[in-house]
Write a protein that binds this ligand. Structure first.
Ligand code: SF4
Ligand code: SF4
Length: 260
C-alpha cells in the first residue's frame, strides 16, 4: 500500500497530511520561470480513464497509446502491475513543449492533482479515507503565489471528481485487501484480462462485441446499448466484469444455461 501511495504521488512528498478542507497557496502559470519544469523526471501513473481521455485526444486506439506512451511497472507489494507514462530519453513527459502541456484538457489525474499528492485507502477495509499531502519541488514558484485554495476547491477546479467517479471500481480492485491474501495468485491469463479491462478499452470493446461474450454472459439490452454508445459506460462495465474475474462472486453473471 505505501508503495502504491508513493507511486501515485511523485516526490518530494512533504510529511504533512491534508484533508479536503486543508488550505494551501498556489498558482501555476506561463509567466513563472519554472513553467513546465515539473513535467519531467516524474512518476505519472495512468488510470483507465486517463487512457480513454488521452487516446481520444490523440486520435489513436488504446492499443496504440499503450504501445507508445507507457511502461508497465511491477510493484513489490501488489500482484497487479500498473502503467506509468514513459518519459522521453531526455527524461521529459512526451506531451510537454515550451508552450506547456499539449494535452492539457485531457491530462492525467496525477497531473491534475499536482502539487498535491493523494493517497487512497479503502475506508471500510483499512480504517482510513482519501488523504492528501503537498509535493514541493525546490524550483516550483507556484507556492509563492497568493491564490489560496482548499484541497476540495483545487479538486473541483481540476475536474478530478469525474475521474474519481469513472475510475472508482478500478481503484476498489487495485487497492483491495484481497490482493494481499497469500492464496491470491493471479495467473498470466488473469493478468492479461486485468490489463485489457483496465487500460485497453478498444480491445475490450472487441472482446465484448466480436466474441461470444454476450451469448455467455447475462447482460440486459439496456446495458448492451449503453456500453455500445458510451465509452465510459463500457469502461465501468469492464471493471465490474474484471472484479468477478479476479475475485469471484461476479456482478456480471454467466447466463443460467451456461453456469452449470
Ligand atoms: S514547477 Fe510548479 S509553478 Fe512551475 S510549472 Fe510546475 S507546477 Fe507550475
Ligand atoms: S501530461 Fe501534461 S501536465 Fe502532465 S507531465 Fe505531461 S505535459 Fe505535464
Amino acid at each position: 500500500m505505501e508503495e502504491i501511495i508513493k507511486t501515485l504521488s511523485g516526490n518530494p512528498v512533504q510529511p504533512i497530511r491534508m484533508d479536503l478542507d486543508s488550505k494551501f497557496s498556489f498558482m501555476c502559470h506561463k509567466g513563472l520561470e519554472c513553467f513546465t519544469q515539473c513535467c519531467g523526471k516524474i512518476d505519472i501513473f495512468i488510470t483507465p480513464y486517463d487512457v480513454v481521455r488521452i487516446k481520444n485526444r490523440l486520435g489513436i486506439t488504446s492499443g496504440e497509446f499503450l504501445a507508445n506512451y507507457v511502461q508497465l511497472m511491477e510493484l513489490k507489494k501488489s500482484k497487479l502491475p500498473l502503467y506509468m507514462l514513459k518519459m522521453t530519453k531526455e527524461g521529459r513527459c512526451p506531451f510537454v513543449t515550451e508552450e506547456g502541456c499539449t494535452i492539457y484538457p485531457d491530462r492525467p489525474v496525477v497531473c491534475r492533482y499536482y502539487p498535491i499528492g493523494f493517497g487512497l485507502l479503502k475506508s471500510k477495509e483499512v480504517g482510513g479515507g482519501d488523504f492528501f499531502f503537498p509535493i514541493k519541488e525546490h524550483y516550483c514558484k507556484g507556492y509563492e503565489e497568493d491564490r489560496e485554495w482548499t484541497v476540495r476547491e483545487w479538486r473541483e477546479a481540476q475536474e478530478i471528481n469525474i475521474f474519481d467517479f469513472i475510475n472508482k471500481d478500478w481503484f476498489d480492485i487495485v487497492l483491495s485487501k484481497k490482493l494481499l491474501a497469500p492464496d491470491f495468485k493471479p495467473d498470466q491469463k488473469s493478468i492479461s484480462l486485468y490489463l485489457m479491462c483496465s487500460y485497453d478499452i478498444d480491445n475490450f470493446r472487441k472482446f465484448v462485441f466480436e466474441s461470444r461474450f454476450l451469448t455467455l454472459y447475462d447482460v440486459d439490452e439496456e446495458t448492451v446499448e449503453s456500453i455500445k454508445e458510451d465509452e465510459t459506460e463500457l469502461l465501468k462495465f469492464a471493471h465490474k466484469w474484471l472484479h468477478g474475474v479476479l475475485f469471484g462472486n461476479p456482478v456480471i453473471k454467466l447466463r443460467s444455461d451456461r453456469s452449470s
